[in-house]
Design a protein around this ligand. Sequence first.
Ligand code: HEM
Length: 475
Amino acid sequence: KKKLERRLPPGPKSIPVLGHLHLIGKNPHQDMQKLAEKHGPIMYLRFGFVRNIIVSSPQAAKQFLKIHDINFASRPPHEASKYISYDQRNLSFGAYGPYSRNMRKLCTLELLSSVKINTFKAMRKEEIRLLVDNIENAAREHVSVDLSTMVASMTSDASCRMIFGKKYEDNEIDERGFKVVIQEVMQLAAIQNLGNFFPYLSLLDLQGLTKRMKAVAKVFDKFLEKILDEHAIPKDPGQTKDFVDTMLDIMKSGGAEFEFDRTHIKAVLLDMLLAAVDTAATTVDWTMSELLKNPQIMKKVQNELAEVVGIDKMVDESDLASLEYLDMVTKEVFRLHPVAPLLLPRQSIEDCKIDGFFIPKKSTVMVNVYAICRDPKVWTDAEKFRPERFVGSNIDVQGRDFELIPFGSGRRGCPGMQLGIIMVRLIVAQLVHCFDWTLPDGMKPSELDMTEEFGLVVTRANHLKAIPSCRLHLN
Ligand code: HEM
């Protein structure tokens, strides 16, 4: 009877030591999707010493993220966050407790609220204008542009201005350059680090990752200290306060009601930067890829823009609310290309029972959003890009409809969702309204490669290149 009560969810046969690690390759979300088709929506996989529960249906996701939300509100230990994010003092990998609760409340209210996001409206407009100007130059010369790089550069500049108050030139962090160092952090955070599965191995550093993490942590700490020092001089009352100003104000006022010093500020700043830079850019990249692959849908978006905005001016952020078809296109991209296909891992706080299965305390829970969003039992023509499926549907990405949760849900759902959605919709609207797009070298839409590369976010394996031509009749 006791054995039955402690019945783990089903899973494939494991091997000694590794458990199921050998079954997971370069694209874990796709490997887990295939395994779940065989073993069910609540599946057990062991990676070294770590017990993992893989969740692959909307009903099961609701159990973990809503009904038993508080028990799965923690995050597992994470080597990269330990070294780079000040012993997991960051928000995204912080264990659940008074610190993470308070820090999240502070970030939601002070940094990511609608009011705060609105204060950066003019800045977003400027940065998008620069992007459009650069593309216009290429359009005049009829040459192709590397859209992946250009959009990533724009979102990185906009994020830096919002968080730190200014853009950083490539040589300002160290000789490798700002973007290369950020990519190094993203890579270190995503790599299959054996130390995460065999804690004693982290001391031996067989993969050489600890050495790299310590080195990059040092570079970032120096950079963040410099930024905090630069913000020591108070701003004029009329000037927009960036995230650093806001956090320093809270630290100085002592109004945080929890331990909040320079280290906590640095951990959260780094978190915001990593969370903001690649997520929106990658979603824009996938949207433009799908639109280039489906020219009739691109045309429909352009027609809506011409009608709502007019062909004689650029899109304004206030137009977004009236762009219904664009909204459906964005939802469809979030469905087929969730940038965090396994969300961020959760950890169970106590032993628990779900659907008759025993979920032990300290299990890592991964919700396979990718599998849910491509499940033919949940979506008709699941693999097809068809924004029209949302006509007359109430399904949204806010975290209430468990068949579509690209931002997660519940206590640890994404607090930057509103900002992320604005950025994605605004950039796509502007790119599609200002330009017509064709693929280079006579490539047919059906030939566009859509291979994914797994990392902290799932990007295109190859950069997206396309030829712009100007569309607008600006006065
Ligand atoms: C298209 C844009 C974005 C997508 C798709 C996205 C997606 C996600 C996902 C899937 C999670 C994990 C949720 C979970 O475990 O349930 C997350 C967490 C998080 N996101 Fe985002 N995100 C985006 C933009 C942003 C932006 C712009 C910011 C802030 C500037 C941000 C800040 C965060 C933070 C701080 C967390 C950790 C929350 C916690 O652990 O409590 N995200 N995001």
